[in-house]
Structure formats: C-alpha cells, structure tokens
Design a protein around this ligand. Structure first.
Ligand code: NAD
Length: 457
C-alpha cells in the first residue's frame, strides 16, 4: 500500500511489540524495533526469539534478513523520521491491582521528544480507561500537539502470529480523526473490520474483552463444581450451553481457570478503574475469587484422592506454562498448585516442553525434569496442569508401567479417559464423575502382562 505510514518505530520487543513488529514488517512496513533490554536485542540479533511463539522464529528470520525489521537500542535513531511511533511497553500490576503506567509515560515522553511533523504516537499497551486522554498533556512539542491514539492489542500468547493476521477487528481510539485513519492504514491488508472510536471507549473495549472471557471461564468453573455435586459432566454441559450461538463454546473449558500476563492483571485493573469512580464491579471480583478457588479445590482433590496424605507422596505435574503454546509462566496455575502441594509435604516433580527455564526460579523446591516419562516414574499421582498436546498423546500404556499408583488428576479435562481406565488408572477430572479402573480382562496365554494395579482409596 503506497499511502501506508512508513517507517514505523515499535517501542518494546516483548510479546506484543515483537510479534506486531515482525508481522507489520512481513506486510511490507519498514519497522525499527527499539528496546532498552540489551540482552533481548542481542538474542534477536543472533536470530533467536526471546519468547516461544509458534511461527515467530521463521517470520523473524525472514524480516531480519530482508531488512524490513531493524533492531535498535538508541531511541533517537529508531524514532528519527518515523511516521508512527507505537508503544508496546509493559503495564504490570501495582500491589493494589492498578496498572503501572511508568513505562508508558517514559516511552511517551521520549517519543514526543523525537517526533517529527508527520508523527502519530500510538499506545498499543493495555491502559486503563481515560489514560490516553490524560496523557495528551505530555504530547506538546515546540508549540505543536503530537497526535496520540490508542490501538489495543487482542492477540493471545500461543497463537499470536495467527491472531495478528486474522484479528476479529482492529480498534483505534483517538480525538484526531485524520491521525486515526493513518493508523488504520497500517492494517489495511488485513481482512478485518476497523472500528474507530474515542480513546476511552477503545481502552474499555480491550478490558471488556478480557474481562468477559475471564467471566466465561469462571462461570463454567462454578458450573463444574455443581456438576460434581449433582453427578453431571461439565464437558457435556459446556457443549450444550456453547451450542447456543448467542453464547458460543469458546472459553467454556472447565479446569484450572485463567492465568498468564493479561487476564488476571486486566480484570484487576478494570476493577480498580471502576472503584476509582466509586463503582463496585462485583462480577469482576467474583471471577477472580472463583479462579483462585479452582486452584485450591484442585489441590484438595489430589489430597483426597491420596487419602488425605500428601506428605512424602511423589506428585508428577505435567505442564507449567499458563497455557499450551507459550513458555510464559506469569500467574500460571502450575505455580500456585505446586507450591501448595509442597507446603502440604508432597514431593513434586514437574515437566514442560518449553517453560522449564522460566519456571525454575519460581519453584526452588521442585524437581524439574525434561522427560515426561522420567517425571511420571514412581509417581503416586499424575497431575495435568497444562493441556499440551504431547501430554494428551503421551504413551499412556508405557506411563502405566512407570507409576507407583495408578491415579491421574486432570486439571484440564484433556486426557483420553477411556484409555486410562482401561489401563488401570483411576481418573479424576474437573466437573465430571470420577472414573474407576475397568476390571482387568483375563490375559490370554502368552500375551504381555498388563501394568500391575495399585488400589487407590
Ligand atoms: N502478552 C500478551 O499476550 C498481551 C496481549 C495483549 C496486550 N498486551 C499488553 O501489551 C503490553 C505489552 O505486553 P508484553 O507482554 O509485550 O510486555 P513485556 O513485558 O513482555 O515487554 C515489554 C518490553 O518493553 C521494553 N521496554 C520497556 N520500556 C521501554 C522503553 N522506554 N523503551 C524501549 N523498550 C522498553 C521492555 O524491555 C520489554 O522488552 C502490556 O500493556 C500488555 O498488557 C499483552
């Protein structure tokens, strides 16, 4: 597109900045990616992404090789002549849940300093309602106001490149219609509706999406509990509810709830924003509480299955990242579940295909092993925390020969239940009836012996 604003400076090479920069470069924009983290840039210069994200490595290799993506440490060089300066810096939670805007303010001040006559500054970070409007006072330079817009990001870790290429919509907020239209040109190649609105509405759309999805997850987890009391199966209930197209099946997976760097933080930040205006946004607090309960109830379930005794029991935990497809362990259920099990005396051995390095500093007491079969060997319970496809498709007959006790507690309702009970496992999921091992069939003479069954209380 000839009239597309070019070049663009992306500030922040984290999940959002890096993926957006690579995807825009792939779409033909000249992108300068700026970060203050020298180690992160050094890794990128060696052609390695600092995060695990499907399709990202290949994409980065291509846009770095063809020169569409440049890496910068110096703001003046990166921002010089940029038509768009996009801020994708962190907005981590403060102690009380409010979003910490320190990085956004610092990056914005720098961007205003280096803005040219054509520059539009765009906030890509997730910021509370009213932030962009209030930051306009920082956008004056040499008697001129540098246009400021907000363009919240909806990509999800684990599918970020795909999400960028096929977004449900592009949302742009600002008080300068011409500036918003120029930002929209960046996304002109995408088959997605573009919604231009005021900045505060745009900010609330972003929080509203994340908060509503979190509510859906907590709702189905409450339903799961009722399923356990009444003997229903939450998977079937969720299928039935989700078939109603007014509701939809997505985010109705009962289990260990939500984690990651966005849902927990954004729900709390929205709650804080409401409180600031004197509003008691009760649904949000309930969603957070239910989410936390899902984790403690899960630990209690493991404890009950082991006759109340966790001391000296070996628990094998499969999965550490907050969801499959990412190495992010921020607010991951695994961390709470493992710490709680260890506090109760269990000896935990855990594994993950990609998140071990990030989890290690958070789990000093845990034995972390690369091989899932080594993790399972000698276990009193095998516990699934993240539904990685490799764990669903594990060689369960082999696993059955390795465990000490045939007990599986599936925090994501993802395992092949029939196969497991046939192999002699007791299967405990979330919101579904406990399945006991099927009685052993008499072995035919000459056939291989089946895994020995161990009685589980
Ligand atoms: N992670 C997600 O899935 C996701 C999805 C949608 C929106 N968001 C939002 O996007 C924003 C960024 O999230 P993230 O996960 O990419 O953050 P991140 O913490 O992974 O990355 C932020 C990056 O910004 C860099 N940085 C900070 N200040 C800088 C400055 N002044 N100049 C240059 N670089 C600077 C940091 O070094 C870091 O590399 C947050 O507001 C987040 O809520 C995140």
């Amino acid at each position: 597109m000839a009239d597309r604003p070019n070049p663009l400076c992306m500030v922040g090479a984290g999940y959002v900045g890096l993926v957006t920069a690579a995807c825009l470069a792939d779409a033909g924009v000249d992108v300068r990616l700026l970060d203050i983290d020298a180690a992160r840039l050094a890794l990128l210069r060696r052609g390695r992404a600092p995060i695990h994200e499907p399709l990202l490595d290949e994409l980065l290799a291509e846009v770095l090789a063809n020169g569409r993506l440049e890496l910068h440490e110096d703001a003046a060089t990166a921002m010089d002549g940029a038509q768009i300066i996009m801020l994708a810096v962190g907005t981590p939670p403060l102690g009380d849940g409010r979003a910490d805007l320190t990085q956004v303010r610092a990056a914005l001040t720098q961007a205003v300093q280096h803005a040219g006559p054509e520059t539009v500054i765009v906030i890509k970070s997730t910021v509370p309602p009213g932030t962009t409007a209030s930051l306009r006072s920082l956008c004056r330079r040499n008697g001129r106001v540098v246009p400021l817009a907000v363009c919240p990001e909806f990509l999800a870790e684990g599918s970020a490149v795909r999400d960028f290429r096929q977004p449900p919509q592009v949302v742009i907020g600002g008080d300068d219609p011409e500036a918003c239209k120029r930002v929209a040109l960046l996304f002109g190649h995408l088959d997605a509706p573009v919604r231009i609105t005021d900045s505060t509405s745009a900010e609330l759309i972003k929080y509203g999406v994340n908060a509503f999805l979190a509510l859906k997850i907590s709702f189905i987890n409450e339903m799961a509990q009722l399923c356990e009391y009444t003997g229903a199966d939450v998977s079937s209930v969720a299928d039935g509810i989700g078939t109603d197209e007014r509701i939809g099946r997505a985010f109705l997976g009962a289990g260990l709830g939500f984690g990651g760097s966005c849902f927990p933080k954004d729900v709390r930040a929205l709650d804080q924003a409401a409180s600031y205006h004197g509003q008691n946004f009760q649904l949000l607090r309930a969603a957070v509480e239910v989410n936390q309960q899902a984790r403690s109830r899960f630990v209690a379930k493991i404890q009950r299955a082991l006759n109340g005794k966790l001391a000296k029991r070996r628990i094998a935990v499969l999965g550490l990242s907050f969801k499959p497809g990412t190495d992010d362990v921020r607010q991951a259920a695994s961390i709470d579940v493992i710490r709680h099990l260890e506090d109760l005396g269990a000896s935990v051995v855990a594994t993950d295909p990609v998140a071990m390095a990030n989890a290690r500093p958070l789990l000093p007491r845990t034995d972390l092993v690369d091989d899932p079969y080594a993790c399972i060997a000698g276990a009193d319970a095998v516990v699934v925390v993240t539904e990685w496809p490799e764990y669903v498709a594990l060689d369960w007959p082999r696993a059955a020969t390795l465990v000490r006790r045939h007990l599986v507690v599936d925090g994501r309702n993802c395992l092949p239940v029939d196969q497991l009970v046939d192999l002699g496992f007791t299967y405990i999921g979330v919101g579904r009836p406990i399945r006991k091992p099927r009685p052993l069939k008499r072995a035919k003479p000459g056939s291989k012996p089946r895994a020995e069954l161990v009685a589980v209380p």
